[in-house]
Design a binder for this molecule. Structure first.
Ligand code: DLL
Length: 434
């Protein structure tokens, strides 16, 4: 019997020509929609000398300027909406540590599209109506909770919208309700693992099998740690509120890059310094244009996330282009004595060292007017109690490993187990004291 594929799943396995054709048709609609409904976009499109009724190729997008978070803030709260407020049925917002937060709106159709694209991703990797989907992302203005909720409901799974926090209760629910799928941040899964160990919950006896983990950068080594401790397959799931929320891209079971939902999101990778569009395979900043959104379309939105597009077909059969696991954000990139370092690179090194716990904090400070970097990382209980005399040597050996991988001297300070603050949402990896 032919397996019933999810919604318009067909397109995700179409030829490249078919995908580009769909993108072009959708881009034309989006540009017209923006032009005729919003003064900001009308001005931008006019200034670029584009006629939205005469777009002939996808490359023409390059004539348009980028949209930045500042544009969103300048038009706070609803200035970039392209539908009247009475057609908007929901808003979400990103927290924003400085200035106005960014507010994004959805029409009924947008919510339907969002649920469909994320459901398609989930269905493709095996989520079915028999599954119990525990959503441990925050519900509220953050897109994580509601995004997965609507998608899992589309599939018909049993949804457990437990939200973040109260970890012992999370674990009890996971065990009692027999959750099979977990949606949350990778850092929070590790905290769950820790609490489970403390309360004698054995993940190998639970029904949990698959995690959609995202909303923050995490390294391959962190994946190994999570898969081992939770006894699940952990898939990277990426998205941002400005583009839709979770559902922009996700890994398939090959775990070799995140397939971008190309029929809805057009991707470019640019040099963050010059804005030049980079060829496939080159690392740079991801830029997205939404192709089907109505309330809050974005044109060439600069994400600040660093990744690259992966060439070639995936063995899963999907033809949607893949993006590499995001390394981090340009604004989280540390520039230490002229060397660019992402926290995820430090994480990769630490996670490969035995007797370190996956809990660390990068501390930046000034000494004698010089920028200094130090990494605090927890050691295992075993090392802390049994080999306390060797800690200094251990620090030195970690410093050497960091130096050989990253090329700068980073001071390492080993910490007692369970002393670094745990995250129940997006982890804060850097403490900048400068
Ligand atoms: O974090 C949406 C989301 C929710 C994605 C749940 C996945 C799961 P924002 O709060 O707007 O939206 O934050 C978006 O988070 O620009 C990235 O810097 C970062 N981010 C999101 N997913 C990943 C990921 C949600 N898989 C910002 N890897 C983005 C690395 C990620 N960074």
């Amino acid at each position: 019997m032919k397996v019933q594929k999810f919604w318009d799943a067909g397109i995700s396995e179409s030829s490249e020509d078919k995908i580009r054709e769909t993108q072009l048709a959708n881009l034309k609609n989006t540009l017209k929609h923006c032009y005729y409904s919003n003064e900001f976009y009308k001005k931008r499109i006019d200034e670029a000398g584009l006629n939205p009724d005469k777009i002939k190729s996808l490359d023409e997008i390059e004539k348009l300027p980028f949209t930045s978070k500042d544009d969103l803030r300048d038009n706070y709260p609803f200035g970039l909406f392209c539908e009247p407020v009475d057609k908007i049925v929901r808003v979400h917002s990103s927290s924003g540590t400085t200035g106005n937060p960014t507010v994004v709106g959805y029409t009924k159709e947008d919510l339907e599209m969002w649920a469909n694209v994320l459901a398609r991703i989930m269905y493709d990797v095996g989520v079915r109506k028999e599954d119990v989907v525990q959503i441990s992302h925050g519900f509220g203005l953050f897109t994580g909770g509601f995004g997965f909720q609507c998608a899992a409901e589309k599939i018909g799974s049993l949804v457990v919208p437990v939200s973040g926090g109260n970890t012992e209760r999370q674990l009890k629910i996971m065990s009692d309700f027999k959750s099979t799928i977990l949606c949350c941040t990778p850092s929070y899964t590790l905290y769950m693992a820790e609490v489970a160990e403390k309360t004698n919950i054995d993940f190998s006896k639970l029904k949990l099998k698959l995690g959609f983990l995202g909303a923050e950068p995490w390294s391959e080594s962190m994946r190994g740690e999570i898969e081992g401790r939770l006894n699940i397959k952990a898939l990277d799931s990426y998205g941002l509120s400005e583009v839709i929320g979770p559902g922009v891209s996700c890994e398939c079971l090959q775990q070799d890059g995140l397939h971008i939902n190309e029929d809805h999101f057009l991707t470019e990778v640019i040099d963050p310094e010059t804005g030049k569009v980079l060829p496939i395979g080159q690392k740079g900043e991801l830029v997205f244009t939404s192709l089907t959104k109505k309330a809050f379309p974005v044109i060439r939105y600069r994400t600040k996330d660093i990744s690259y597009l992966i060439d070639g077909k995936c063995s899963c059969g999907k033809t949607f282009v893949r993006m590499a696991k995001p390394m981090g954000r340009t604004d989280d990139m540390l520039i230490i004595r002229g060397v660019n370092v992402f926290p995820s690179q430090i994480e990769e090194v630490l996670m490969n060292i035995d007797d370190l716990e996956p809990h660390y904090l990068i501390v930046l400070y000034k000494k004698d007017y010089m920028d200094k970097i130090e990494v605090w990382v927890e050691v295992s209980e075993k090392i802390f109690h049994e080999k306390i005399m060797d800690l200094e040597d251990f620090e030195k050996s970690i410093e050497a490993k960091l130096y050989s991988a990253i090329g700068i001297r980073i001071k390492v300070s080993l910490k007692e187990p369970k002393t670094i603050v745990r995250s129940q949402g997006k982890a804060k990896r850097v403490w900048d004291k400068r």
